[in-house]
Write a protein that binds this ligand. Sequence first.
Ligand code: FCB
Length: 467
Amino acid sequence: MTATVTSTSAQPAPAGITFPDGFVWGAATASYQIEGAAREDGRGPSIWDTFSRTPGKVYAGHTGDVACDHYHRYADDVALMADLGLAAYRFSVAWPRIQPDGTGPVNVRGLDFYDRLTDELLAKGINPVVTLYHWDLPQTLEDRGGWASRETAEAFAEYAQIVHRRLGDRVATWTTLNEPWCSAYLGYGSGIHAPGVQDPAKAFRAAHHLNLAHGLAARALRSAGAQNISITLNPCQVAPLDPASPADVDAARLIDGVANRIFFDPLLLGKYPSDVLDHIARITDLSFIRDGDEATINAPIDVLGINFYTPSYVRALPGAPGALDYPGSQGIAFRPPVGPVTDMNWQIEPASLTRLLTRIHRDYPGTPLMITENGAAYPDGPGENGEVQDLRRIEYIDAHLRACHDAMAEGVDLRGYFAWSLMDNFEWAEGYAKRFGIVHVDYTTQQRVLKDSAKWYREVIRRNGLE
Ligand code: FCB
């Protein structure tokens, strides 16, 4: 299919839809993006503390030092979630709070925080969905090679067990990693995320060590009794700009390998695809992939988290420099967004989410899916009456929920949906300039205000569907 642009507002009013009983309605956040309290209670520095302090790396020099001050305001934030009727809350644990040096001594005060948060959630009837790694690697581990080093994967499995030992009696769902694509390729390929390295060989080593970290942790968690184990990927829904052009089709296949199959295949099929190995071998030797690693990565999972925001279209363009976050993509050009975009300049195309989910269902059958992130950045803030009218976000989420429903009608086993994000927060390299929350945060007063999208989402949850 060529680039069909779906305008969310130009469609005739869609019919009401209902989701299956038990469909999980949630919202998501991540530790560094909301917690603040960066130097409190024994937390060690993470790569994002270092990166955000490096001039020119993050918009306007913003850092996560204070963020949404969630570390102190978690009880109010959980009350807000309860008011919205969330069935589940996806948050991440900051590794540097638990092991300030990445390995070795455990900082009990760090565990205490997540213990309090978990109890608060359960007291309000909200299911905690824990992500163990959402990008805040302890700086000490980065100093020893970070994800380009195998040691980090082994350290991660140990850290996972420490957190599970403390929370495993109350937390049902354990997600190992959030979006290893970003950690590997934005962290070590383009360097637009921490630790800011630009080295294609390291990017591929990092991708493998992240896969391995997942496998080692998933196995350790399973033997410790965890029953609902997961990982969250952010697949690139990539299509050839001209499906009739064999060169464009090849370009899309290469990007699909580097972005998607490098994670999906060892995880769910127990093997790296041979075309991906050939591709990596053109950039670096493969000795970092050891015998038995693929089997380790292939640890059984119970649910697969999918984050989705925007599609990609590529074409073959001889001489094009390629994209550093898709190492080895010289000669391939990404089409700039067409049609409506969000404040991130991300193209809005809900139908591509349906295509993505049906493709995963077809190529990797048998694993239940969960949308662990989906949402949109828009700058809307409180108007004169204090209300935040973010109609475009409502339209975005509404259209993507319909896309999910369409995929389910085609047989996709989709179990739930988490809006990104519960509240405005530190949007990585964009600092506080991009607002993804359904709850508005005033960073001066730390006041939270439900945007119209939050009120709308509350109704969606209440009726388990769309009007
Ligand atoms: C995802 C991240 C999340 C947030 C959204 C907008 O890639 O997992 O932390 O930044 O994008």
